[in-house]
Design a protein around this ligand. Structure first.
Ligand code: OX2
Length: 806
């Protein structure tokens, strides 16, 4: 329904009067934002109800995407865009003297995730709704999102993210849909009158799970799906047990924070309970919905429900589904297992060993006794079935419970019908190395689904100047179907188009330069190359390699002030996990190097380093459109996919990358001439692991440039890093450089030199940039989600259903 500008203005004023007893002139930005949010929500509420009803009336199979993280960022503009009223709303607000972009800044980022995994879940939510697919998210409503990052004396300081302080305009509390979740205590099996074995619970704690639903608005298609996030409360029946404030706090802490520190026992307990809490609540509500509205026998569940386990955090979906089917629905084990495996599917997002979840048997038994019993049974039956088919060793290595621990990845693979990786290389590595044992056992379960990004957000919403040039050049169909970006290929030699794209980039760069000045007091020139590395801080992502190169450039310039090179601004955005000491040391070293270089009069503005604090979705939206160079420099094999690589490419940045994760597919898309590849390949990395020949010390001894750069960490060149500099130095030399930075250093420097040269030829550069934009379409999450829908979830799009039935 088109938006009538005049009616919209009147409605906004009217709602403001009703809610705040105020006229527009007197209202604060925050009051206007909340009023506008309510108005937008009202606009999709009918479609939300109708979508839900449609799925029920037509008995549509639905997917439930279980994820411990969702990172939607701000939703105002994306909801306006998807409702097709962004432009009109913007104009209407302008008439009223309000800038939509300023108003949008009022919204707190919904940051219920750490990074790529959570952001992917939110891109999927957008694409599932936009593709007209029946699909819902299921997660946790943390009171505090990912911490806010500040720098004090160059150190990361973490502050709580009180995102709910002023309320969340998009959510709806649905108390009537609350369910109880039982944890702790003891469970034993007792015979009932009719001779069946039933679990009896003793001394368990009952938690009340209350859902908060948020509408996931599809792009101009009247589909609004649901993201359901659970919060913990004290059930009425248990009020007596929680008379002390401390007792209440303990319980309420369960959904207080994302990823509580799991380095101590108390933290681990909370984390495991969180995982079970949202899993159990989610599955209970799915079953209740199915029974109430679909009215089909429980044995047909897998025809109507698909559950996706996003990484292993929701792996308890498997035993929880079994519990409900056996204990409550009274199905036989075999029947329940058959349904469970058909319903579940699993995505692996990393090969990093420390991220593969394992829980001690003892903790599992104490926290979730019934889950443990069921997992023991799954494990025993697995061993029994497989030992007839496979060698003993293989079965032992792949079982769920071994060496005193419960292996959540094993549980996820054994208990589901599909395991996928998130880029071709990653999926291949799963099959050939990381999960090779499972691949032997279940070859048909393995598949690849390369990640994608919500392209409308990462182009139309964040980069208007570029979007306008695209409209003028290739028409507007790319806004609907990002595959049409390829039409741009026809303009790679069109000087006028190249110039227009360059102008758009310049506008974005100037805007970011203003923001940088405003937040950090650092003045940067929009004429410089904006060289960007934005992602979580992790040793394997090698922000340190970037820093080594910067130090080299600095030393070169000091030695030879007349050295010819393009001006560069190195931009970082990265949070380190609060307990990840080494990552924090790297942050400190980058910040101190920035201080040194930015204030060195010899360098002036030839190199600038900007570490923007508090990297989050909203900050990404400011940085990405302004980037010239996209740093994707993880050690080959370590980054499962990466998704900032796709966002940066879409915005015309040139990728500087190792052949890791989805970088490989980006190279395939743009061709070798439009990307800068360097470093070890994944094969070479594995060879090093095998032959153990790597010696960082030798590289240090033999390579004078490396030596000079590394010495800067310990000889006082970079001030204020006495301890940190030593730690970095030792990690590279004494502990033999786990991520082969020194091995890749020379080829990285070479690639950077080529980039420097290429940027000097602006036409050449702009052409590469255009080719990147033109070939970004294939990395749309619309495409990714369609593949999941077809191959794994077996769900149909509403559109195809409607056309099918005429
Ligand atoms: C991330 C991966 O590190 C990243 O490569 C990938 O693009 C993203 O997930 C989405 O698939 N936690 N975060 C990730 O994996 C885990 C575990």
């Amino acid at each position: 329904m088109a938006l009538d500008k005049e009616i919209f203005k009147e409605e906004l004023k009217q709602r403001l009067r009703e809610n705040y007893a105020m006229e527009l002139e007197d209202a604060s930005e925050q009051e206007i934002f909340y009023t506008l949010g309510a108005l937008v929500k009202a606009r999709y509420s009918d479609a939300w109800r109708d979508t839900w009803k449609y799925y029920v009336d037509k008995n549509k199979k639905q997917v439930y995407y279980f994820s411990i993280e969702f990172l939607p960022g701000r939703m105002l503009k994306s909801n306006l865009l998807n409702l097709g009223i962004l432009d009109t709303a913007r104009e209407a607000l302008t008439d009223l003297g309000i800038h939509l972009d300023d108003l949008a800044e009022v919204e707190k980022d919904m940051a219920l995730g750490n990074g790529g995994l959570g952001r992917l879940a939110s891109c999927f939510m957008d694409s599932i709704a936009s593709g007209g697919f029946p699909g819902n998210g299921n997660g946790i409503r943390y009171d505090y999102g990912l911490f806010k990052q500040r720098f004090v004396d160059g150190y990361q300081v973490e502050l709580p993210d009180e995102w709910l302080q002023s309320g969340n305009i998009w959510e709806v509390r649905r108390e009537s849909k609350a369910v109880d979740v039982r944890v702790g205590g003891h469970v034993y099996l007792a015979e009932t009158n009719d001779g069946k074995l039933k679990p009896v619970y003793e001394n368990e704690r009952v938690l009340r799970a209350v859902p908060y639903d948020t509408g996931m608005v599809g792009y101009e298609n009247n589909v609004v799906n649901t993201l359901r996030l659970w919060a913990v409360e004290i059930p009425d029946s248990e009020e007596d047990k929680y008379q002390s404030i401390q007792g209440r706090r303990e319980l309420e802490d369960l959904t207080a924070v994302l990823y509580p520190d799991d380095s101590n026992e108390q933290g681990r307990l909370i984390r495991l309970t969180q995982e079970y809490f949202f899993v159990s609540a989610g599955i209970q509500s799915i079953i209740r919905h199915y029974k109430k509205w679909f009215q089909k026998p429980i044995s047909k569940l897998s025809e109507y429900v698909s559950i996706h386990i996003n990484d292993t955090h929701p792996a308890l979906c498997v035993p929880e589904m079994m519990r409900i089917l056996i204990d409550e629905e009274e199905l036989s084990w075999e029947q329940a297992w058959d349904i469970t495996v058909k319903v579940m599917s699993y995505t692996n997002h990393t090969i990093m060993a420390e991220a593969l979840e394992k829980w001690s048997i003892d903790l599992m038994q104490r926290t979730l006794p019934r889950m443990y019993q069921i997992m023991e049974e799954i494990d025993a039956r697995y061993v029994q079935t497989m030992q007839e088919l496979h060698p003993h060793d293989l079965v032992e290595r792949t079982r769920i419970i071994r060496n005193g621990q419960v292996h959540m990845a094993h549980l996820s693979i054994i208990g589901s019908h599909s395991t996928n990786g998130v880029a071709k290389l990653h999926s291949d590595l799963l099959k050939s190395v990381v999960l090779h044992d499972f691949y032997i056992i279940y070859p048909d379960r393995f598949n690849n689904k390369t990640n994608g990004i919500a392209q409308r957000r990462w182009s139309q919403i964040v980069n208007e100047p570029m979007s306008n040039v695209l409209d003028e050049t290739i028409g507007k169909t790319w806004r609907q179907d990002s595959g049409d970006l390829k039409l741009l290929r026809n303009y790679q030699s069109d000087q006028a188009v190249l110039e227009k794209l360059a102008e758009a980039k310049k506008i974005n760069k100037q805007k970011l330069a203003d923001y940088i000045l405003g937040t950090t007091d650092i003045e940067v020139s929009a004429d410089a190359i904006f060289d960007v590395q934005i992602k979580r801080l992790h040793a394997y992502k090698r922000q340190l390699l970037n820093l080594l190169h910067i130090i080299k450039l600095y030393q070169d310039l000091k030695e030879n002030p007349s050295l010819e090179m393009q001006k560069r601004v190195f931009i970082f955005g990265a949070k380190a996990a609060p307990s990840y000491h080494y990552a924090k040391v790297i942050i400190k070293c980058i910040n101190e190097t920035a201080n040194l270089i930015n204030n060195d009069p010899d360098i002036k503005d030839r190199i600038k380093i900007v570490f923007l604090p508090n990297y989050n979705v909203s900050l990404a939206e400011k940085i990405i459109p302004a980037a010239d160079v996209s740093e994707q420099i993880s050690l080959a094999s370590k980054e499962a996919s990466g998704t900032s690589n796709m966002k940066l490419m879409l915005n015309g940045a040139i990728t500087l990358a190792t052949l890791d994760g989805a970088n490989v597919e980006i190279r395939d898309a743009v061709g070798d001439d439009n990307i800068y590849i360097f470093g070890l390949t994944e094969k070479e990395v594995y060879e090093y692991y095998e032959n153990q020949e790597y010696s960082a010390q030798r590289l240090y001894d033999e390579n004078a440039v490396i030596r000079r750069v590394l010495n800067a960490f310990i000889d006082g060149t970079i001030p204020n890093i006495v301890y940190e500099g030593r730690e970095i130095f030792d990690s590279l030399i004494k502990y033999n450089d786990e991520y082969f930075l020194l091995r890749d250093f020379d080829s990285y420097v070479e690639a950077q030199e080529e980039i420097d040269k290429a940027y000097g030829d602006q036409t050449f550069w702009q052409k590469m940039s255009l080719i990147n934009i033109a070939n970004a379409g294939r990395f749309s999450s619309d495409e990714t989600v369609s593949r999941y829908a077809e191959d794994i979830w077996k769900i149909e799009s509403k559109d195809s259903f409607v056309t099918e039935k005429g």
